[in-house]
Design a protein. Structure first.
Length: 422
């Protein structure tokens, strides 16, 4: 499979589906599925009180090469520039061999909060000595996970104090969830183990739920781009690379910039997470919590220059899955995973980390050169033209006039359209 499809964005919708089908080896039925709506009965089975289906664009980012394997990356997103930017950055990355990425095993944390513990220090000691018994009980409760080589892995005990200074214990049950995200499995397990932990600690269990700060389930990606590949007609590549590093320095010391820096990363992360049927809200929560792990909000990626190469790296929690009810029920999710061609959750997390780094690179390169609006507005003009009813060659001309005038707004589009007599 190749992720390089020349002129893909210039093809018609039908042409893109056909080209994607050839590149990804999709059948004619699978290509037709790309354009089919989500069946209402499937939507009704997914959520309570369903009344219809709300659609977002399903796109594919090109040019990605991760761990020497080409990937056609499905993305679900409404922002015009996200897919184009990620694809452009992935093409830059190919000049240095693409992305290198990895993901930890799928360890999730289930928390049991214990309150009214008479002697927290003694209770901590008892819980630690009972670790093997608790894990054995946990394995008995998760035979399916254990049969797949996963299941309860370890136990931790933390002593904390409430705002009123009352002590509490928090027991962490670490669970390997395999190719699943694992929320239901972990929640069921800690609820079942809570009475046993209460008895050992001589306290009362309150919260029993997983943590979305999945910091034992990290994914990392890195890239090395020759500075020559960053050159612009008016800027030397070394200069562009130096500017990107300086932009990263601002994010490292200023949370106001770090929040926007990380939002650019999550543009790509969320889009792939959503396309593959995963919980993007959990991924967002974990990523931003991880960005605060030092006590201050920091960027999830870093950039430096070494040996005439721009070197980028990213690390973030990515609790994602390639199995489960949504994968089985949602035809487009199955198709997205098939197009991406990942073998399991760790491989999916690795690709998502690479896409996040690519999105960050694209944003930083634009910011330190032409500014973010130039490319964004060119794509935004297409949506504005469509919103005022322009189609075909009229829409193309309207887009050009909007961009040339620098006022890409609905009111201006209507004025131009009237002047065109369309």
């Amino acid at each position: 499979m190749t992720s390089r499809i020349s002129g893909f964005h210039r093809l018609s919708l039908h042409g893109r589906r056909r080209a994607l089908g050839v590149a990804a080896g999709l059948s004619a039925a699978e290509r037709r599925l790309l354009a089919a709506p989500l069946p209402l009965d499937v939507a009704d089975s997914m959520v309570e009180n369903a009344v219809g289906v709300f659609s977002l664009p399903l796109a594919v980012a090109l040019n990605f090469r991760v761990n020497d394997v080409d990937r056609l990356v499905p993305m679900v997103v409404e922002e015009p520039s996200v897919v184009a930017a990620a694809s452009a950055a992935a093409l830059l990355a190919r000049a240095g061999g693409g992305f290198v990425a990895e993901a930890d095993r799928s360890l999730m944390i289930g928390q049991v909060q214990l309150v009214d513990v008479r002697d927290p220090l003694a209770a901590t000691e008892r819980l630690w000595h009972a670790r093997a018994d608790v894990l054995a009980a946990g394995r008995a409760l998760t035979p399916g996970l254990c049969a797949r080589g996963a299941g309860p892995h370890d136990l931790e005990v933390r002593m904390l104090r409430a705002p009123d200074d009352a002590p509490m214990l928090v027991v962490h049950v670490l669970v390997d969830t395999g190719d699943a995200m694992g929320a239901n499995a972990v929640n069921s397990l800690v609820e079942a183990l809570a009475p046993m932990l209460e008895e050992i600690a001589h306290g009362h269990a309150r919260l029993r739920i997983l943590s979305n700060l999945a910091d034992r389930r990290l994914a990392r990606a890195s890239v090395r781009v020759p500075t020559s590949a960053l050159a612009r007609p008016d800027l030397d590549g070394d200069d562009v690379a130096s500017r990107i590093v300086q932009a990263g320095h601002l994010a490292a010391v200023d949370p106001y910039r770090a929040a926007t820096h990380n939002k650019g990363i999550m543009n790509g992360v969320d889009a792939v997470t959503l396309a593959t049927g995963n919980d993007w809200r959990a991924v967002e929560a974990g990523a931003h919590a991880y960005a605060c792990r030092t006590g201050a909000y920091r960027p999830l990626s870093t950039w430096r220059v070494a040996d005439r190469e721009l070197v980028g790296a990213i690390e973030l929690p990515l609790a994602v899955s390639t199995v489960g009810p949504l994968v089985a029920a949602h035809p487009r999710v199955r198709l997205a995973l098939r197009t991406l061609g990942v073998a399991g959750a760790r491989e999916l997390a690795s690709v998502i980390a690479a896409v996040g780094l690519a999105s960050n690179l694209a944003a930083l390169r634009a910011l330190v050169t032409d500014g973010i609006q130039a490319g964004h507005m060119a794509l935004h003009a297409r949506a504005v033209s469509h919103a005022v009813g322009a189609r075909g060659s009229v829409a193309e001309e309207l887009e050009r006039r909007l961009v040339r005038g620098g006022d890409v707004k609905l009111a201006r589009a209507r004025q131009i359209l009237r002047a065109m007599g369309a």
